[in-house]
Design a protein around this ligand. Sequence first.
Ligand code: CA
Length: 224
Amino acid sequence: MRLLIIEDELRTADYLQQGLRENGYVVDCAHTGIDGLHMARQQAYDLVILDVNLPELDGWAVLQRLRAESATRIMMLTAHGRLSDRVKGLDLGADDYLLKPFEFPELLARIRSLLRRNDQQVQPSTLRVADLELDPGRHRAWRGSTRIDLTAKEFSLLHLLMRQSGEVLSRTQIISLVWDMNFDCDTNVVEVSIRRLRAKIDDPFEDKLIHTLRGVGYVLEARR
Ligand code: CA
């Protein structure tokens, strides 16, 4: 689950980022409305946590623009507690509205609730390439009738390769989409993970699906 925090107060942003990371989320941070909007357009986030008082472009404007373009969940996080502000936020399409100061357990509970709504909206459908099947709902894969158990990272990696089947993905793209964007850019981790994934979904089978393009990246596709 990848979250974006748009918050100009650095201490609050750091506190949020650290706390959410400790709870297993991948978290990116922007400190101005413009940067936040830009990042939200570059990358699909499961949830955007949006401050109202922001430099350059305020939270209301960011909310309006994001809402016009995507269905990403948006939680307003602000010291503006007046009823008229809360109503404005919800009218402009915010999915939730949390007042500062807040208690971290409440923030986490609200995030879980919003992300559950996401899950229900998007019916995960099974992906197929040749005889390889991936069931995102149950985190399982099969090749033919052989069930394959995957770790969480292997699952994310395979999910990405199958969604983009036939397209070459560079190591950098894979790092940014499967690992934290701020991950220390050691692309070796991609090679190691691809090798592990291959050992499960390709090595035991005759038809290989993951292909390496030297110096470019990887592609998953059926070649016969
Ligand atoms: Ca602020």
